[in-house]
Design a protein around this ligand. Sequence first.
Ligand SMILES: [Zn+2]
Length: 406
Amino acid sequence: MNSPNILLYTIDALRFDAAFQLTALSGEKWSFFRNHYGVAHCSDPNYLAILTGWSPDAIKELYGVEVYTQMGSQFKKVFPTLPVALKKLRGYSSWAYQPVRVPRFYLQGFDIISWAPSDSISDPQMPAIRKMLKEMKSPWFGFVRVMDCHYPYLGAHDIPKDSQGEIDTDRVKESYWKSVQHSNEVLKDFLPWVLESYPNTVIILLSDHGESLGEHGIWDHLYTLYEVLVHVPLWIYLPDQSGRNCSGLTQHTDIVPTFCELVGLELEGEGQSWLPFLKDESPPPDREEVSLVGWGCHPLGSKEEVEGLTGRELWKHRAIRSKSWKYIVNWHQEKGANFQLFNLEKDPGEVENVISMHPDLTQHFVNILRRIDASFPMPTESSVGPAYSEIDREIILARLQALGYA
Ligand SMILES: [Zn+2]
């Protein structure tokens, strides 16, 4: 395939279980990755990994930069994102459709960026993108970020209270699932148009992170590293290949190497290209484990704390997910740390913390984590405390109100 167009389409905050409602992607040309992971629970570190191929930890090690607190312009000087490299080394033009009007280093190098309000509802025709494409020379790289499934879910600010005046969490969930249906309608309209207009286009479609809808007493995607937040769906369409199913463990940092191999580009990175698998030339990719990192906000912090960097620093999270297990550390600078181990085969909802029953396995994960971040606390018998999930109802309601459900 000679220099295909590349469409990187992200649906922000799409949970893994929402994948089964996206019938627009059910054709046999689509490859589906069912054990794909982000690198974190929130947007910026994940878009960074998707567009550069580096995890937040690698960036810290290579450049001494803490990703979450320094996502701004200083990155521009240090390293290329995929669209920048495609432009410089392969003559690609590039465009982006990005709803959050905040400068982010991963948006550097695009020829055109179309901004939309972050609470806007996508028009299934995607007129802004069609307009940009008219001005684009092929081959192009296009990056789409849609916010329909991000709170306040289709802009549904007015939902919430039941007849007793309580916030109606069922209706909050309902509006999330409606947003998933809407995303499907958009894809049903937009993708066939793209493929008809530009048949030589590779499409990758995924979510940056998931969304918590009350699981563990948590809403949205700002705290800890449960599966609903880090396990995301991913599909790939290659025009000259039939689709394959991958059940191996994969992560966002594999995406850049895959595109690089596709266009014959060599960029340094951490991940592994999926192209041999997609071409039916090798078994599915399958990592031993994936490492996850998070910066949580305290839901009852002040506005400055919740939105600012001090809030981000209150909770830190780390997790290692292997094929069958997940080890999570949640660390608060004043409250200390708690530690969780889940058997994901028996307990996919991460309900029963079995850390005290598996000291050897716990030590195995502690060793991995210590290699990644030696500053993180280690579990001791007295420190295996209550799960982070035990946030009381008042806090949940306050958080929902902060999201506009009031
Ligand atoms: Zn996001």
